[in-house]
Design a protein around this ligand. Structure first.
Ligand code: GLN
Length: 504
């Protein structure tokens, strides 16, 4: 049993307030923690569900220490980075590792970062506490290639190891990252100055898919070495499905489907990382190439008459999550286009809200909106949850984490999932307004996912015949896996495929 935890240097308490355009996606765990997107990678690689304890940000630790100081826990002592903050970090790491055979801790940043010293010191102390033989330090070093002299340079790695030793940590394993594959003799060089045996060094050239990396580890023989060092039995790997998946990432299929993602944070590839991963996974298991294209929601809004033109090249449209007014009319337009033109549409969180707004407007409520974008809308089809009224600006009013959702018989959602109830993760402030629920039918919609008490609309889909118009208030992308695409994404890609056949 393996658990994993990320130590982040930021003074933020969580990733909830970080700008996704700058920092990438905010990943949400089952228990509602707003975390760094690395936790998404962890979940996809390990195929487990993590919790808050796996995301340790400096701000969170500091807050804990300061709160303890304020409540007099330190009995009048001076409170210091060492031992108080470093002890608090060790407590968090030990708590997170309880019940697992192996616990992986990633310390973010670079050795020598002023901001990361407390984490390095904490793991150094911890290794002595739990027993040095029960702990391995894995150091990721960089081996650059100099094109002019055609050689790989081990010097930066050498310096990095020296820096780490200065902080009291001797690495047990070196992972040497490089653009191209370095020649094997670089290992002996690295071994010589680092003291790490060659068997403990793995060369990691850029891979065509990140999912290839575990297979490279295997090839490099590092897995046996890890098992030996941690005195774990070396069992045969059960990774045939993973291997098959990696193979698929390299295949070019006959067919390509083209999906437009209508969004506003266009400057950062990582903003919708889990959404893209889910789409890619669904496409490769259905043996089609995926062409993903951003559509700037603001542009879609500005060119009033040309929405159809901008979107008509796509086999399907995704409107992912988002906050704030900017670009919202463009997203509503995209949903309307998919409703009218019967183009596959997958709405994720905000994507469900805009689909509801589009359907209401189409049915004649021209000023229908979410109170997030128009607080005075005469038809607030999306509104603040009643238990949150009055707390809108106080923070901490979001519905976060996993909630159950029931799927009525006969719905497309039920058919896609193949079961009557699912758990899915949320991150939003607003909800569908129940005052309009009895209108859905006349808007051509049905609520096909509801909270167990029937009070919250979790999924909507069309009643009228449509290839795929399914949108969820939750974020299904967080549960998709590279080797097991999420049902809603799989359904969407299948519909896009079908759409293309129809047009061809
Ligand atoms: N802004 C919307 C809300 O708060 C949607 C949030 C999202 O897409 N994650 O409800």
């Amino acid at each position: 049993k393996v658990n994993i935890q990320k130590c982040d240097q930021y003074l933020n308490v969580d990733a909830g307030t970080l700008n996704p355009g700058e920092h990438g996606e905010c990943f949400v765990t089952r228990d509602g923690a707003e975390t760094d997107l690395d936790l998404g990678h962890y979940e996809r690689f390990l195929d487990i569900e993590l919790t808050q304890s796996s995301s340790l940000m400096t701000g969170r630790v500091m807050r804990k220490v300061i709160e303890a100081e304020r409540s007099g826990k330190y009995l009048g002592k001076t409170v210091q980075l060492i031992p108080h903050v470093t002890d608090a970090i060790q407590e968090e790491i030990e708590a997170c590792s309880k019940g697992f055979d192996v616990h992986i801790v990633e310390v973010g940043g670079t050795v020598g970062d002023y901001e990361g010293l407390h984490f390095i010191e904490a793991i150094r102390e911890l290794s002595h506490k739990i027993g040095r033989e029960k702990c391995i330090f894995v150091h990721v070093v960089y081996v650059p290639y100099l094109g002019t002299s055609k050689e790989f340079k081990s010097k930066p790695a050498q310096n990095a190891v020296k820096d780490l030793r200065n902080l009291g940590i001797v690495p047990d394993i070196l992972l040497a990252r490089s653009e191209l594959r370095a020649p094997d003799n670089i290992k002996s060089k690295l071994a010589l100055f680092s003291g790490v045996p060659e068997r403990g060094i793995a060369l990691l050239p850029n891979a065509s898919s990140i999912y290839q990396v575990p297979l490279t580890f295997e090839k490099e023989g590092i897995l046996s070495y890890i098992c030996e060092r941690l005195q774990l039995p070396r069992r045969p790997l059960r990774h045939s499905l993973w291997k098959e998946m990696v193979k698929r990432t390299g295949v070019t299929y006959e067919k390509t489907i083209s999906v437009g993602v209508v969004a506003k944070y266009l400057n950062n590839q990582d903003t919708y990382l889990s959404v893209f991963e889910a789409l890619r996974s669904a496409a490769m298991w259905q043996e089609v190439n995926l062409h993903l294209e951003w559509v700037d929601a603001e542009k879609l809004d500005a060119r009033s008459s040309s929405a159809n033109k901008l979107l008509s090249d796509f086999d399907g449209i995704v409107v992912p999550g988002g906050f704030g007014k900017r670009g919202i009319e463009g997203k509503i337009k995209a949903a309307r286009y998919c409703l009218d033109e019967k183009v596959p549409y997958l709405g994720l969180c905000l994507g469900m809200q805009v689909a509801l707004i589009a359907a209401a407007r189409r049915a004649g409520l021209s000023k229908a909106n979410s109170v997030e974008f128009d607080p005075d809308s005469p038809h607030p089809v999306i509104h603040t949850m009643s238990d949150q009224k009055g707390k809108e600006n106080t923070g901490g009013t979001m519905r976060l984490g996993e909630y159950p959702c029931l799927l009525p018989a006969g719905s497309m959602a039920r058919e896609l999932y193949g079961k009557a109830s699912v758990m899915e993760r949320h991150r939003h402030r607003y909800e569908a307004n129940n005052a309009y629920r009895d209108k859905y039918e006349s808007w051509g919609l049905r609520a096909s996912g509801l909270s167990p008490d029937g009070q919250l609309v979790e999924i909507i889909e069309t009643l009228e015949k449509h290839p795929f118009m399914v949108a969820s208030q939750f974020h299904p992308e967080f549960l998709s896996r590279p080797n097991r695409p999420h049902s809603l994404f799989a359904g969407f890609i299948a519909a896009c495929k079908h759409q293309q056949n129809k047009l061809a």
